[in-house]
Design a protein around this ligand. Structure first.
Ligand SMILES: Nc1ncnc2c1ncn2[C@@H]1O[C@H](COP(=O)(O)OP(=O)(O)OP(=O)(O)O)[C@@H](O)[C@H]1O
Length: 286
């Protein structure tokens, strides 16, 4: 059961809605045994805002992301997305329409790039599902998206192993931008990067959000970053929603004991924030 009810949001601005979403996994080798990874999740994501999702390991954050992206089927409930024709159940949407609207950036910038492909091929690959492009056109389009993430000609013909971790994560973001999506699901996009590079990527994500009007679902373990970056935060525990609200309210004045416990155990807990926030601003040149 969900521990909190769905907060109200201006329905005109809701671009993604999750209703009573559940995921039950059958455990291999354990006769008939099941595991509830997600229990009746309810959520509304507002256009142009950032919703952070926090919770201890195994709380269901990535499962939620996979259900939104149709990488897994829900056991119950539904995810709907704002399309030109109104809110549509993603179960009824062809993958190509879903991926036009929603893209994902994964945690590991190393594992998520094909090591045998040049960067222009990687970045322009999603476009091939929508358009019949020549090699030259693909390179031009890839260069456009590389410029958006602060890379350029130098990286266009490189292979992933030639790039730093931060550059690879920029390539991942460029690839995610290639379908001109409205929503990016960022699944711990900073955790494989060192702190100074994290700050640069946060800065980039904020610039992109401002310039392109993107909506973010940001899965993170770092409370300092969440506070700096997100508008709202959802706290999860063992597949349940524990608390959802504005970042300042939830992080400064959590209503649930579990949230207080989580804040105390995660890096960048509130009393550390001023230092980290300043650090991030300095590193991001802000
Ligand atoms: N295919 C599967 N079969 C069985 N159990 C699964 C499967 N996928 C995920 N789980 C379980 O569901 C729970 C939620 O996993 P999930 O990856 O969503 O957690 P998470 O909050 O993203 O964790 P982390 O922060 O470590 O990435 C975990 O206990 C996980 O072991």
């Amino acid at each position: 059961m969900s521990l909190v009810s769905m907060p109200s949001a201006d329905t005109n601005e809701v671009v993604l809605r999750v209703e009573n979403l559940c995921k039950v996994f059958r455990l291999p080798g354990a006769r008939g045994q099941v595991f509830n990874a997600l229990n009746q999740l309810n959520l509304a994501v507002t256009r142009g805002r950032t919703l952070a999702v926090v919770g201890e390991s195994g709380s269901g954050k990535s499962t939620m992301a996979q259900l939104i992206m149709k990488l897994q089927r829900p056991s119950a409930g539904r995810v709907s997305l704002r399309m030109d024709s109104g809110m549509r159940d993603v179960a009824d949407l062809p993958a190509r329409d879903l991926y036009r609207k929603v893209q994902m950036v994964f945690q590991d910038p190393y594992a998520s790039l094909n090591p045998r492909q040049r960067i222009w091929r990687i970045v322009s690959a999603p476009l091939c599902n929508y358009e019949n492009l020549s090699r030259d056109e693909r390179r031009q389009r890839a260069l456009h998206y590389l410029h958006q993430v602060g890379l350029g000609e130098t990286q266009l013909h490189a292979f992933p192993y030639m790039l730093s971790g931060g550059q690879r994560q920029r390539v991942n973001i460029a690839r995610a931008l290639a379908t001109n999506p409205e929503i990016l699901i960022l699944d711990e996009p900073l955790s494989a990067l060192d702190v100074s590079v994290q700050a640069q990527i946060i800065n980039l994500l904020q610039d992109l959000q401002r310039d392109l009007g993107l909506t973010y679902i940001f899965i993170s373990h770092d409370i300092a970053v969440v506070r700096h970056f997100a508008d709202q935060v959802l706290v999860m525990k063992s597949g349940d929603m524990v608390e959802w609200g504005d970042v300042d309210q939830v992080l400064e004045n959590p209503s649930q004991a579990y949230t207080r416990q989580l804040l105390g155990s995660m890096p960048g807990r509130p009393r550390d924030l001023p230092v980290r926030k300043e650090l991030i601003n300095v590193m991001a040149g802000g």
